[in-house]
Write a protein that binds this ligand. Structure first.
Ligand code: ATP
Ligand code: MG
Length: 324
């Protein structure tokens, strides 16, 4: 990929939340939800972000979509620093985010046509009086009939609601769409339909997707590249084919094996590689995965490995001893 093809460049991005552990705490604790992540997303690709719950996937997507303020670092969209202030209105159109839960992400008091057209009205793309016609055409685009326009969200099924969410995101013709677990609240046949819709729409409009998910099988199916996060940091970035051929980071390997775990043939293999938690938990120096890593050595507890390219492979890993 060329430098010109970069649509989003994230460098050293962090989001640290401060919170009290209990009512009696006098000092705030810090949680490093996203901690110094650096990566590029290329135009037209599907860039999957995977990792276990709490690793910082949603926080990362909120930072990119301007729904949370960063602690430090930089995000550039098409070479320009992202600014969601008054002058940043343009970015709000270009970058949209679709949330996981179609039940809570739509305003229950608003009719569907108002929900779908709201971003377009707010961004001055259409006038208020044109809302209904606009919404009907957008709903058709995502496979919903015009009758849906006058309904309220509770009158639709989960799959239909997620289609409404997609129509709302696309109403401002974004270039980058962040999909935060877009199908994990839906059952399998509906999620397959929504995924097909998303891939068709991507091709039609030439969009770029950041696709956040727990589901590696899904990643294998749709992603061009995979980014593995753990504890707010990036463990590995790889082309999908290379990743599923052989993950480079020991944590990616565990994730990969846990996917295979459901396949009884590979059960023993997966168990053999199961992570082992070391007794010195709570260590703060070195690699964030050190305490759980089954391939670590002394240096891993002392120094933090940086994400770097692995020779002979389209991937990079933050590990002193990656599999190659
Ligand atoms: N507003 C907040 N205030 C304090 N801590 C937060 C806040 N939002 C997220 N966190 C913490 O930051 C960490 C990362 O959360 P995040 O929601 O980004 O994880 P995730 O990878 O999206 O998880 P999941 O797969 O469960 O959706 C978690 O430990 C979470 O508790
Ligand atoms: Mg999340």
């Amino acid at each position: 990929m060329k430098e010109d093809d970069v649509i989003l460049a994230v460098s050293g991005l962090s989001k640290h939340y401060k919170y009290y552990k209990s009512l009696f705490d006098v000092k705030k604790n810090v949680i490093k939800a996203v901690d110094g992540v650096t990566f590029n997303v290329f135009k037209n690709e599907i860039f999957a972000v995977v990792g276990e719950t709490g690793c910082g996937k949603s926080t990362l997507s909120k930072l990119i979509a301007g729904l949370a303020g960063k602690t430090s670092g930089e995000i550039k969209f098409k070479g320009e620093p992202l600014d969601y202030g008054i002058r940043g209105k343009n970015f709000r159109k270009k970058i949209q985010i679709l949330f996981q839960d179609p039940y809570s992400s739509l305003n229950p008091k608003k009719k569907i046509y108002k929900i779908v057209s709201y971003p377009a009205v707010r961004n001055g793309i259409i006038r208020k009086k044109d809302r209904l016609d606009f919404a009907v055409s957008r709903l058709k685009n995502v496979g919903l009939s015009e009758n849906a326009a006058l309904n309220y969200p509770h009158m639709l099924s989960g799959g239909q609601r997620q289609r409404v969410g997609i129509a709302r995101c696309l109403s401002v013709s974004p270039e980058l769409l962040i999909l935060d677990e877009p199908v994990s609240a839906l059952d399998m046949s509906i999620s397959a339909q929504i995924l097909n819709l998303l891939t068709d729409l991507k091709e039609e409009a030439g969009m770029t997707y950041i696709f956040i998910t727990h589901d590696l099988k899904l990643v294998r199916h749709i992603a061009d590249r995979v980014c593995v996060m753990y504890g707010g940091k990036i463990m590995e970035i790889a082309k999908s084919g290379d990743f599923f051929d052989k993950p480079a980071h020991p944590y990616s390997n565990i994730l990969y094996n846990s996917m295979m775990f459901f396949d009884s043939k590979n059960k023993n293999e997966a168990l053999k590689n199961k992570e082992t938690i070391k007794p010195d938990g709570g260590k703060t120096t070195g690699c964030v995965y050190f305490n759980k890593c089954n391939a670590s050595q002394d240096i891993c507890g002392k120094l933090e490995p940086q994400l770097k390219d692995i020779p002979n492979g389209g991937r990079s890993a933050a590990c002193f001893f990656p599999f190659s």
